[in-house]
Design a protein around this ligand. Structure first.
Ligand code: GLS
Length: 818
């Protein structure tokens, strides 16, 4: 079309196509224009929130330009693309991140100030995009940042939940859940694409017919249809024009009204279909590491993968290539088993709609997909009842049975007469009813399977996927140790430390090459540098202390050791052990003489995290923490020697305040249960030491930073100290003892599944080492600097490069030089 335009028209596009310049004046002009036109407000009516909106829209304009340029370049160059399928993208706030990645913060900050606002207040107005539960969802967000920064042609695909993860409030120390109305005000970080609407079918039936070549084929027809409407979220890279996309689907009814019913006066029934359709993407399931077998969740999964695949195939078809080239143009990464139905859906499209034969189609499918496993916990393994799948997706259920049949036939050739191996490896679990094992389907339908830390990847090879390793060969199974983006988790969350590092290294290149932090090691000898390092940590602790005061009313002294455990509340993560340790510390403090007290390191123990709403024991742990907090903080005899805080509603933007302020953080899962953990990396990157078990990525962090800078502990048998703590709870020292008996029971009666009683003694020993080490503040500062300096490996840039080179075979496509 453009070719037909006159020179004059093209000149107009040149002249007016770009937004205002990115300097202060350009910002102010755009800000005021957005206040008056986009927000329809006058200069007398601009509060912090409208200032946020106007600033966000100004940044959004720039993002959209980059997004356009990037997408156009990718269309023209037609490289192999990678698609990251994730049911969760825990992005948090976008404004600060976009300002920093586009390097606009300084100019825009000045511009905002002259208009009468403070950038900090403006940034505070944004609500988190909380479309995830925990580590898995945040990992997807970090990976998007790295994909954009490293110029990869990548898209994320997910769901646009109307309600993200619930808001947590406390009532009498108990967790209460409230809906997360994140879309209540307009969301400037998404572009609605009403023109991209894809019809998704559920239910119906399958019929057979003979095609013109005499082949018997299947047709899926009937049932109900809903529409998937696209919303695009631009993700800007740091120090590049590349701006990638996360496409989130929202469900809409196919027809607005059942008109005949409406005309007959049955208004309610007429809108019913609309409500049913919108339900599909209404809410994020609030479980981490736990499967809940709800039909609506299965609907979400199919709705999402069917829309995403249809979109990808539409894009592929524009280039008029043969189907066998599909895997040369498309790599799809399955973030956990949640999108496994995509394997079946692609096979269905190729066989039923495109007329390929089964084997050719299956070859294309397996070359396209790769699968990441994120957990070995049995309760997290997805399995769906066959009757439920059959009812919602009759054709897919047939295909799964066929995939399984052909797969098991081959297994049988390799292991003749071994019934057990067939039963173990089958995609179908033979129970009443039968179940589809999604992890088995994902392994069989992918060309690569990876775990997320060295230990975890070895563990899956020797436990849940042992038989598959033997059958497919070890090369199919890899490790890709998780990573975090240094842009958000250091540069944005800890601006003072970022500045100090940049000054010491003499450049900002470390933000794109985290290994350059190694050069900080030479500054460890420099006393003045150490002093400034500690001063930054201290100011971050002051900021957190102020936050704690404002949200909980609790006074904490920033000169104390800040001991943090923030993550989802789960038995395997053992917040329970932490709080038992706190009770032990409290008892010890009470028994000290005044002289002995002189020698005590004052501590603030900080907890944060959400429990799944249906997870009774996890919710009891929160209650116990809060009861202990009430008793300890009110005990004047303890003074500042111990404070206990539960910070409600832990989320990404809160993590950005908490993590930089930590002296020590706890990652104390039962060995073998935490696949990786990623907050451990964030704490160490910010110069916080960690106390952890030999589990997940703790092990590799230890390898990188060395023995002296981490407190790892291993199991030793049962400890008498634990008994006195339990007795103390049972005596009622921390409120009504009866409510905690279900929690205490998880330790006794031979049910201590997470080995708290085994580990308690060595845990307390490790805590003693922490206290001792903290007394020598100067030495502690050296450890802290070395922690940061040695974290290069844990950049998500490293992880993404490994995926790109070793699994996806995609290459960077620079849009244009900065
Ligand atoms: C998780 C694991 O529990 C974490 O250890 C891991 O860091 C994360 C990302 O790989 O994935 N699996 C899960 O279901 N939720 C997680 O956070």
């Amino acid at each position: 079309e453009r070719a037909k335009w006159s020179k004059e028209t093209l000149a107009l596009w040149e002249k007016y196509g770009a937004s205002e310049p990115v300097d202060k004046d350009g910002f102010q002009k755009s800000f005021i224009r957005h206040v008056t036109t986009t927000l329809a407000r006058s200069s007398l009516n601009v509060d912090n929130f409208s200032a946020y909106q106007a600033t966000a829209h100004t940044v959004r304009d720039r993002l959209i330009e980059r997004w356009n340029v990037t997408q156009q370049a990718h269309t023209l160059k037609d490289p192999k693309r990678v698609y990251y399928f994730s049911l969760e993208f825990l992005l948090g706030r976008s404004l600060d991140n976009a300002l920093l990645n586009l390097d606009l913060k300084e100019q825009f900050g000045e511009g905002v100030k002259e208009l009468g606002f403070r950038m900090e207040d403006v940034l505070e107005q944004e609500v988190d995009a909380a479309l995830g539960n925990g580590g898995l969802g945040r990992l997807a967000a970090c990976y998007m940042d790295s994909l954009a920064t490293l110029d990869y042609p990548a898209w994320g695909y997910g769901l646009r939940y109307t309600y993200g993860i619930f808001q947590q409030r406390l009532k009498d120390g108990y967790q209460m859940e409230f809906p997360d109305y994140w879309l209540n005000f307009d969301n400037p970080w998404e572009l609605q694409r009403l023109d991209i609407a894809i019809e998704i079918r559920f239910g119906g039936s399958v019929s057979k017919y003979t095609d013109e070549n005499g082949h018997i084929r299947s047709r899926w027809e009937g049932g109900d249809a809903v529409q998937a409407v696209a919303y695009d979220v631009p993700i800007p890279g740091y120090g590049t024009k590349n701006c990638i996309n996360i496409r989130l689907w929202s469900s809409k009814p196919k027809r607005q009204f059942d008109l005949s019913r409406f005309n007959e006066g049955e208004y309610e029934q007429a809108v019913q279909e609309q409500m049913k359709a919108e339900n599909i993407t209404a809410v994020l399931y609030p479980n981490d590491n736990h499967m809940v077998g709800k039909e609506l969740r299965l609907k979400q999964q199919y709705f999402w993968v069917a829309a995403s695949l249809s979109d990808i195939i539409r894009r592929f078809k524009k280039t008029e290539r043969d189907w066998d080239q599909f895997p040369e143009k498309v790599a799809i990464q399955l973030n956990d088993t949640h999108p496994t139905l995509a394997i079946v859906e692609l096979q269905r499209i190729l066989v039923d709609e495109e007329g390929l034969n089964w084997d050719d189609a299956w070859d294309i499918v397996t070359r396209t997909f790769a699968f990441t496993n994120h957990t070995v916990l049995p309760e997290a393994m997805e399995k769906w009842p066959v009757p439920m799948v059959e009812y919602l997706l009759p054709r897919h259920m047939q295909i799964i049975f066929d995939v399984n049949l052909f797969f098991l036939q081959k297994v049988e050739q390799q292991y003749p007469n071994d019934r057990d191996v067939l039963a173990r490896m089958s995609i179908i679990e033979e129970a009443t009813p039968q179940f589809v094992r999604m992890a088995h389907l994902a392994v069989v339908g992918s060309h690569r399977v990876n775990g997320v830390a060295a230990l975890h990847s070895n563990l899956i090879k020797t436990t849940i996927f042992k038989d598959f390793v033997k059958y497919f060969g070890a090369d199919k199974f890899e490790n890709k140790t998780n990573g975090i983006t240094p842009r958000r988790w250091l540069h944005q969350a800890n601006p003072k430390l970022s500045e100090l590092i940049t000054e010491a290294l003499g450049h900002k290149k470390w933000l794109k090459d985290l290994n350059l932090l190694k050069n900080l090691e030479q500054h460890v000898k420099n006393k003045d540098f150490r002093r400034r390092w500690i001063a930054v940590k201290h100011s971050n602790k002051v900021r957190l202390a102020e936050y704690i005061k404002s949200k909980t009313g609790i006074d904490v002294n920033p000169n104390s050791l800040f001991d943090v455990q923030v993550k989802r509340i789960h038995e395997y993560k053992r917040q329970f052990m932490n709080i038992l340790g706190v009770i032990h510390r409290y008892h010890e403090l009470k028994s000290l003489t005044p002289e002995e007290r002189q020698n005590v390191v004052p501590r603030v123990v900080i907890f944060g995290g959400k429990a799944a709403p249906g997870y009774y024991i996890a919710k009891l742990v929160i209650k116990l923490i809060n009861n202990v907090s009430a008793v300890v903080n009110a005990d004047e005899s303890i003074e500042d020697l111990l404070k206990v805080v539960f910070i409600p509603d832990y989320n990404v933007s809160l993590a950005e305040i908490i993590i930089p302020a930590s002296d020590i953080s706890q990652h104390i899962s039962t060995a073998g249960t935490e696949a990786s953990g990623t907050s451990n990396m964030k704490f160490v990157l910010n110069g916080g030491l960690i106390l952890g078990t030999v589990d997940g990525a703790n092990i590799e962090i230890h390898e990188e930073i060395g023995d002296d800078n981490i407190f790892l502990y291993r199991n030793v048998p049962i400890d008498p100290a634990l008994q006195s703590v339990i007795t103390s709870i049972e005596t009622g020292n921390f409120g009504d003892a009866r409510i905690f008996s279900p929690l205490i029971n998880t330790l006794t009666f031979g049910k201590d599944y997470y080995l708290i009683s085994d580990d308690f003694g060595s845990y307390l020993d490790a805590q003693k080492l922490v206290d001792e080490a903290y007394k020598d503040q100067d030495d502690w500062s050296k450890k802290s600097i070395l922690c940061t300096a040695r974290m290069g490996f844990f950049s998500s840039d490293r992880a993404i490069r490994e995926y790109a080179e070793q699994i996806w075979e995609v290459k960077p496509v620079p849009v244009q030089p900065e």
